[in-house]
Each structure stands twice: as structure tokens, then as C-alpha cells.
Ligand binder design. Structure first.
Ligand code: ADP
Ligand code: CIR
Length: 354
């Protein structure tokens, strides 16, 4: 059941929404009375309002962030709120400039042990310039994005060659299997729902899969594109190398929303900049019994701990998704190193406990 109207909020709220006791979202922290007064009633260049920007965090009080942008311009128009969220999450200042570096030869690490590392995945998020983001996009525009993508997929060569599968044409069993195997996005995320990102579902959504199932592109989920490289085991360099090649090719055919300060524009402020999340599914049955120590190692290395079926999911069999937390202020090479350092220290600790 997807509400088709979740993103058509009234442009001006009558009063500041309430946040429950114990609500820890960055939205609840930074939507002060002053910021609310200043931004209530304001709309960005695509007509996106404060009400739309914050609806997910108001409806879902257990959000960690609580906002989704409506267009590249949301970040500028709503800067008094967005800058503070970005500052706290990434440690990135309004005057900072985005860095990018995809030079795989600068990765000075060896593959991590397959005994602990089940699989490695690195993705980056992108959205097209000149379109609103998925929160505000129309059905027609979403279809346009999908058509442009399908055209571009035809031009892939070598290892990247594969097929596009539209979600609307996919049978339920295939969909379920692709989700379980960690290839495909889930359906019905309540955070995305409240931000209007599930409107017209499954229209315009789909997944490109290369022939060896090591290179994927999600189309029109939270971001218009999630470009993904993944394979079994802990050979981060191989996964990063494939993604780096794909990045070069894709940038030749698409014009993405981008600026020198924010880097690549993403729907969620956690994904701006590189849009890069490098993760390993790591087996840590002993370390994870001591969540305190586990968390401390994570924080020290700027990595995030997620469950095995993605964000907001649980672990299974002591396996966790460990990934770089920051996506901006550091280059792709540096962020992959964050993930590597975190996982390496966690494996070392696990060995001590064996
Ligand atoms: P993202 O932020 O990249 O969109 P999610 O947390 O929503 O990621 O996870 C998307 C999917 O990718 C989930 O099915 C998750 O289990 C899978 N995934 C993430 N990291 C890995 C990994 N290292 N190996 C295999 N699957 C992974
Ligand atoms: C939250 O605030 O908890 C959700 N809106 C998710 C935030 C970060 N994750 C994401 O963008 N995938």
C-alpha cells in the first residue's frame, strides 16, 4: 500500500512538529524554533517545501537523520538546516570543497581473509542534473530517467555487459530471490515511503545486472542511480577497480547533479559527495558479543555497523555489514581505506577472542 500523495504536503506548516522524548534524529536536534521560523513556508526551485523535506523524520521518529532532499537546490535553499546535519554526520563545513580520487593504484592493501569476509560491495549514488530528485519527480520524469538509463546500458562493453530488468515486469519469486541474494533493493521502506520516494511503485524502477553478477545498477530507488560492484570474499581492490572503470565510462554518457562544494547530489544528505559506500559482510561472532568494544572500534575508524539485509536490518550468524560512514570531505580512495582499516581492526580483535 503506497500512498500516492505523501509528497504533496501543504507548503506551510501551522506549527513546528513535535519530537518525542528520546528522538535522536539529527532533524530533531537541528530543527530549532529559529530554524523552523526561518524556513517554514520557503520552497526550493522545484517547489519542495520544509514540510516535504522533514516528513520522513516526523513520521518515523526513530530516524537517525530524518530528511530527504527534493532537488539539488534543496541543499542551498534549506542550508540553515542541511548544513548542520551535513556538518555533524560527515564533519564537513559549508566552506569545504569536495575531493575525488579514483586511482586504484593508491590502494595500499592486500585482500582481506575470505574466512571472515563473506563478500565485498562498493556503490556510488548519482542523480541526473536538471531533474528533481525521486522525492519530487513526476511519473513521466521518472520514466524519462529510466529510458535514458536503458539507452546508456546498451553501450556497456566487456565485463559490464548485461541486461536491464524492470521491476514492473519481474515476477515476485525472482524479486524475492534477488533481494535475498543482496542484489536488489527491498520494497516498502517506511522512511522512503514517508518522503514520497515510493510513489507509483514499481513504475520506472529496475535493476541492471551484468552477466557475471558483479556489476549492478539500481534505477529510481532512493537515488536515481546506485552503481554497484560486488563479489564474494574480501578482495576490495578488485571490487573498487571494477567500479572505478564503470565510473569513468558512466561519466562520459550522463550529466549528473554536481557542484564543487557538495560533490554528487544525493537524496539523503548522508550520501552527498562521493556517494560512495564501501562495505564488507564480515563474520564477527565473538566481537559482536561485546557491542561496546565493537562500537568503539567502529567509531575510531569512521565506519558504520549495519545488519545483513541492509540498513535498519539485523545481523544473522554473527555477520555484519561494515562500511565507511562519511561520504564527503574525503576521496573515494580515502573512504575505501576507512572501511579497510575498520574491518582489519575488527578481524584482529576477533582473532584475539578465538
Ligand atoms: P545502500 O546504502 O548501499 O543502498 P543497504 O544498506 O540498503 O545499502 O543495502 C542494500 C543491499 O546491499 C542489502 O541487500 C545488503 O545486504 C546488500 N549489501 C551491502 N553490503 C554488502 C556486502 N558487502 N556484500 C553483500 N551484500 C551487501
Ligand atoms: C533515517 O533517517 O534513519 C533514514 N532516513 C535513513 C538515513 C540514512 N540512510 C540512507 O540514506 N540510506
Amino acid at each position: 500500500t503506497h500512498n500516492p500523495n505523501t509528497n504533496t504536503q501543504k507548503p506551510k506548516l501551522q506549527r513546528k512538529p513535535e519530537f518525542q522524548n528520546g528522538c535522536k534524529s539529527l532533524l530533531s536536534k537541528y530543527l530549532t524554533d529559529d530554524v523552523f521560523q526561518q524556513l517554514n513556508g520557503v520552497q526550493d526551485k522545484f517547489g519542495y517545501s520544509l514540510a516535504e523535506l522533514i516528513n520522513s523524520g516526523v513520521v518515523n521518529q526513530n530516524s537517525s537523520i530524518g530528511v530527504y532532499a527534493g532537488s539539488p537546490d534543496t541543499y542551498t535553499t534549506f542550508a540553515p538546516l542541511m548544513n548542520q546535519i551535513i556538518q555533524e554526520y560527515h564533519g564537513y563545513d559549508p566552506a569545504d570543497l569536495h575531493k575525488s580520487d579514483w586511482d586504484v593504484s593508491k590502494c595500499n592493501f592486500q585482500p582481506l581473509e575470505d574466512k571472515y569476509c563473506m563478500s565485498t560491495r562498493i556503490r556510488f549514488a548519482r542523480n541526473l542534473a536538471d531533474f528533481p530528485l525521486g522525492t519530487k519527480i513526476t511519473k513521466e520524469q521518472r520514466r524519462q530517467v529510466e529510458s535514458l538509463a536503458k539507452e546508456a546500458f546498451q553501450k556497456f562493453e566487456g565485463e559490464l555487459v548485461g541486461n536491464y530488468h524492470s521491476l514492473a515486469n519481474m515476477d515476485k519469486q525472482t524479486q524475492k530471490q534477488l533481494i535475498e541474494e543482496h542484489y536488489l533493493f527491498k520494497e516498502g521502506d517506511k522512511y522512503l515511503e514517508a518522503a514520497g520516494l515510493n510513489r507509483d511503485w514499481p513504475d520506472g524502477r529496475g535493476i541492471f545486472i551484468n552477466n557475471s553478477k558483479t556489476f549492478l545498477i539500481w534505477v529510481n530507488e532512493e537515488d536515481q542511480f546506485r552503481v554497484i560492484s560486488m563479489q564474494k570474499g574480501g578482495d576490495i581492490k578488485a571490487v573498487f577497480n571494477r567500479l572505478s572503470n564503470a565510473h569513468t565510462i558512466i561519466n562520459k554518457v550522463a550529466k549528473f547533479a554536481y557542484n564543487d562544494h557538495l560533490g554528487a547530489i544525493a537524496t539523503c544528505p548522508t550520501n552527498i559527495g562521493t556517494g560512495l559506500r564501501a562495505s564488507i559482510h564480515v563474520k564477527l561472532p565473538l566481537l559482536s558479543k561485546d557491542m561496546d568494544t565493537f562500537q568503539k572500534i567502529a567509531e575510531k575508524n569512521h565506519v558504520q555497523i549495519r545488519g545483513i539485509h541492509g540498513e535498519h536490518s539485523e545481523s544473522e550468524g554473527g555477520i555484519f555489514d561494515i562500511s565507511n560512514k562519511r561520504r564527503i570531505g574525503f576521496s573515494e580512495v580515502e573512504l575505501v581505506h576507512d572501511m579497510y582499516n575498520g574491518v582489519k581492526e575488527m578481524i584482529e580483535k576477533e582473532k584475539e577472542l578465538e
